[in-house]
Design a protein around this ligand. Structure first.
Ligand code: GLC
Ligand code: CA
Length: 614
């Protein structure tokens, strides 16, 4: 999933009616996001039930990379108090919940995804009291706090692992996935396994038991001389996988989740959740031939990913979380090959697993992200109709991939393409997940080196630093991110024009578009709740659909996925809508503002148009 794009220079093209945008902007200032949150329970209340229409069904969830959002104490690194200071901005933008990437104590080998204490805050980011204040002030701003929960592995510096690796008889030893290795001369042992040859307890040569490779490069097996055993790690070797076949692991992790639920977090984003279990027989993964991007033999993940055992854990976790009031939510990092696989993560017809496993098929197409209306239509329709009525969660951007504006942008119409992706994200019936800076059109800025010192063993730079640069607040020093010129990653060079202060003054900016469309999603009954019917379904260039509801006018959305003007006639016959006169609610080209019928509507390149039907 990791890739680096050469830095493309931002093209900012502003068009559209300032007057309309200004009205919508004013409307979004006035309105409240959501009703006040239910009071937070500080202790578990048994048998709380979930509402028929939980908040997360309509939510806009905003991912924050805490290191990069706002520095409050001048050390060049973002922190929790920095996030708290920006709650007003988030509320104004219309954000219902923030998901904060790991802020727990960590050696930062994988920038926080290597946790060494699940029930504390890394001093770099603040204190537990700061977190409690963020949660409480978040409530006042109608912004819920969702934490990242890394269950597949801990840091190798976590006291659990330190104990586990100290002796085979340590009570925590079996909390991780150990193996003695197999004789180096066993049949079928590959040269790759032989490169990791060690001396076993009996003095004989041993190699890792199979061909599993780490997703982050190298063998997935790391030798520990003290115990004469290998341990398994899906990610960096500093991230040993936990042994979820040991019930003590589940208990410890659920306890940590309760620790935060008791503090009032609204739920969790479950990191790498399909990776929890590995094949107990340790069978070789299928050999695919050739080498992968890390130079390791290319093998599949049949025996290391998405094993059925994980679902028992998830069902128990769902029941545990459901015992808290307030519709706490479980979101999954679920890169899966098909919608039918995704449905399993909801619990299928039983609806008893994750409320919101991420759909990665609409927004991420591997290395071939392409604005293709047919592909988008297919994936959106699938996830809306083939998950037993569960709620889809779509996402285009995160901290692991080149930013969507660079994956989908053409370097010429990037601002319009970013607005188009936002239109799709916020006007379907799906729950929307966005990434900080997406609302500004922040670009991926590949990093030749990190600015601040990183701990030993950290890949320098991490290939994903480009999408993790500091948030761009102003055109001033360090883009308003920090008072310290030595920020952990440099501020992206386009910050003078791509920043909150500048864009909020421009009714045609990407930020103003995000505000308008999020406000529509909140205030317009059809967009908030309506059914979806795809229109003009054989059109390869324009994605269009109508949202219908009993409680207000229908809304038509049309987006031109190409660099040439497209003329469409949208026929609502099959959608049960009678009207044919339309009124533009939002459009990013002036020519679309005064359209009054659905016949022969010409959409300029990459434009988006949202209109109500009278
Ligand atoms: C997830 C995270 C990623 C991390 C990995 C290992 O994919 O999103 O950033 O490196 O898990 O925890
Ligand atoms: Ca700081």
């Amino acid at each position: 999933m990791m890739s680096i794009l050469p830095h493309s220079s931002p093209c900012r093209r502003f068009c559209g009616s300032a007057a309309l945008s200004a009205v919508l902007l004013a409307a979004s200032f006035g309105a409240l996001n959501t009703p006040l949150l239910a009071p937070i329970a500080h202790a578990q209340t048994a048998a709380a039930t979930s509402s028929a229409d939980p908040w997360w069904k309509h939510a806009v969830i905003y991912e924050i990379y805490p290191r990069s959002y706002q520095d409050s104490n001048g050390d060049g690194i973002g922190d929790l108090n920095g996030i708290t200071s920006r709650l007003g901005y988030l509320q104004h933008l219309g954000i219902d919940a923030i998901w904060i990437a790991p802020m727990y104590p960590s050696p930062q080998v994988d920038t926080g995804y290597d946790i060494s204490n699940y029930e504390a805050v890394d001093p770099t980011y603040g204190t537990l009291a700061d977190m409690q204040r963020l949660i409480t002030e978040g409530q006042q701003h109608h912004v819920r706090v969702i934490l990242d929960m890394v269950l597949n592995h801990t840091s190798d510096k976590d006291p659990w692992f330190v104990e586990a690796a100290s002796s085979r008889t340590d009570p925590k030893h079996d909390w991780y996935c150990w193996n003695d290795g197999i004789p180096a001369n066993s049949p079928g042992v590959t040269d790759y396994q032989k490169k990791n040859e060690q001396t076993g307890l009996d003095g004989k040569k041993v190699v890792p038991p199979n061909n599993w490779v780490s997703g982050f490069g190298g063998s997935a097996w790391q030798w520990v001389p003290a115990v004469h055993q290998f341990y398994y790690h899906e990610f960096f070797k500093q991230q040993p996988d936990l042994n979820w076949r040991n019930p003590a692991v589940e208990k410890a992790m659920f306890d940590s989740m309760r620790f935060w639920l008791d503090k009032g977090v609204a739920g969790f984003r479950l990191d790498a959740i399909p990776n929890l279990f590995e094949d107990p027989q340790l069978r070789n993964n299928p050999v695919l031939g050739g080498v992968n991007r890390n130079g390791d033999p290319k093998v599949g993940d049949k025996y290391t990913n998405n094993l059925p055992e994980v679902h028992d854990v998830i069902r128990r976790m769902r029941a545990m979380v459901a015992s808290y009031p307030g519709d706490r939510v479980l979101i999954g990092e679920t890169y899966l090959p098909s919608t039918s696989e995704l449905d399993v993560w909801y619990g299928g017809a039983a609806h008893n697993e994750l409320q919101l496993p991420m759909d990665m098929l609409v927004g991420f197409h591997g290395d071939h992200d392409k604005l293709d209306a047919t592909t988008f239509r297919k994936h959106i329709e699938e996830v809306e109709t083939q998950v037993h009525g569960s709620q889809p969660l779509i996402v285009f951007d995160n901290h692991d991939n080149k930013r969507a504006i660079d994956r989908y942008g053409d370097g010429v119409h990037d601002d319009l393409i970013n607005k188009l992706l936002a239109t799709v994200l916020f006007t379907t019936k799906d729950t929307a997940l966005m990434y900080y800076g997406e609302e500004l059109g922040m670009h991926t800025t590949p990093q030749p080196k990190r600015s601040m010192d990183v701990p030993p063993g950290v890949p320098k730079p991490d290939g994903r630093d480009g999408e993790r640069t500091p948030m761009q607040w102003t055109a001033g020093p360090q883009a308003g991110f920090s008072t310290n010129p030595h920020t952990w990653l440099p501020v992206a060079p386009d910050f003078k024009s791509v920043n909150v202060a500048t864009e909020s003054k421009d009714p045609n900016s990407e930020l103003s578009w995000f505000e308008q469309i999020i406000a529509l999603r909140r205030d317009n009954a059809a967009i908030r709740n309506g059914n979806v019917t795809m229109l003009d379904t054989s059109n390869p260039s324009v994605l269009s659909y109508v949202r219908t509801t009993d409680s207000g006018p229908a809304v038509v959305v049309a987006t031109n996925f190409t660099a040439t003007p497209q003329t469409v006639t949208l026929n609502l016959a099959g959608s049960g809508v009678n009207g044919s006169t339309v009124k533009t609610l939002a459009a990013d080209d002036p020519s679309l503002k005064s359209i009054s019928t659905l016949k022969n509507v010409t959409l300029p390149p990459y434009t988006s148009w949202v209109a109500s039907v009278q």
